[in-house]
Design a protein around this ligand. Structure first.
Ligand code: TPP
Ligand code: SF4
Ligand code: MG
Length: 285
């Protein structure tokens, strides 16, 4: 079974001291150990941003994609080899701005992959501009009068896109985040986890103290995660009382269930002699 030592890489970590990404990194490693997964069974796909360095810090198969495109990449990997456990790490700008078009479609397809968004409500790597989840009024050097529109609500969007696993974590509570990640990865279908990740350098508003005062666990309030309507209502809770945990969960057939001929095997293992496309090509002439 894989250990923390096995998951180490020789890369120097360049995140700012105190960054919320450290909690996500450790929670992911612990979740892999908890699930008993081996290194070669897992593929980590990351976008571009501070979060994207995850691919450098976990010793599993990795694909460092382009900004906003973790979901198409992960979908392709899963279709090519359904036996792999595919986990995407995206940034909030990466997923909710540049890559937004992919979000609802990946969710409604219910392809069996996991999406974990490092939601620091700011563009970290490009030194602090607003994203879709920045709070209204959040000032940055490129928005000196404050962000004008209200913040996007990814949890509500995932729920109305018919998501089969919709959750939110907080990187300041690594123990709970580990459990949530393990549950998300284990889920058969598309699992979405938005993770609050304080950016200690560029987000002066959504700090560890800010989250500590507001975050509460859905499970402690007896939330029924089988009721989508209740989950949608909870997803609009903000300001002083912000829920984390599993909002909604159900089992439903996955995208690959609709492709029985490739469902359980890697494309590279399908004998080429059985693939006859000549008559199909000829029919198109
Ligand atoms: C296609 C493309 N568009 C824009 C950029 C510039 N860029 C680099 S990182 C980044 C955003 C990072 O913000 P986020 O996704 O929130 O990640 P964070 O750094 O906060 O983890 C952008 C826009 C890029 N590298 N590629
Ligand atoms: S800029 Fe923000 S998100 Fe990036 S490493 Fe530093 S604290 Fe973390
Ligand atoms: Mg960000």
């Amino acid at each position: 079974m894989v250990t923390l030592e096995d998951l180490k890489t020789p890369k120097k970590n360049t995140w700012c001291p105190g960054c919320g990404n450290f909690g996500i990194l450790m929670a992911f490693k612990k979740a892999l150990i908890q699930l008993g997964l081996e290194r070669d069974q897992v593929v980590l796909v990351s976008g571009i941003g501070c979060h994207g360095k995850m691919v450098n810090y976990v010793n599993v198969n990795g694909f460092h994609g382009i900004h906003g495109r973790t979901l198409p990449l992960a979908t392709g990997i899963k279709l090519a080899n359904p036996n792999l456990t595919v986990v995407c790490f995206a940034g909030d700008a990466d997923c909710y701005d540049e890559g937004w078009g992919h979000f609802s479609h990946a969710i409604r397809r219910n392809i069996d992959i996991t999406l974990i968004v490092h939601n620091n409500m700011v563009l970290g790597l490009t030194t602090g501009q607003t994203t879709a989840t920045s709070q209204k009024g959040f000032r940055t050097k490129s928005t000196p009068f404050g962000s004008i529109p209200p913040a996007l609500n990814p949890i509500a969007h995932a729920l109305v896109s018919n998501g089969t696993f919709v959750g939110r974590g907080y990187s300041g509570d690594m123990m709970s985040l580990t459990g949530l990640m393990a549950e998300a990865i284990k889920h058969r279908g598309f699992a979405f986890l938005d993770v609050f990740q304080p950016c200690v350098t560029f987000n002066y508003l959504n700090t560890y103290d800010w989250f500590k005062e507001r975050v509460y666990k859905l499970e402690e309030e007896g939330h029924d995660y089988t009721d989508r309507q209740k989950a949608i209502k909870k997803s609009f809770q903000w300001k002083d009382h912000i829920p984390v945990g599993v909002f909604y969960k159900e089992e439903r057939s996955t995208y690959l269930d609709g492709l029985p001929h490739v469902k359980n095997q890697a494309l590279t293992k399908i004998p080429m002699e059985k693939v006859a496309i000549t008559s199909l090509l000829e029919s198109m002439i």
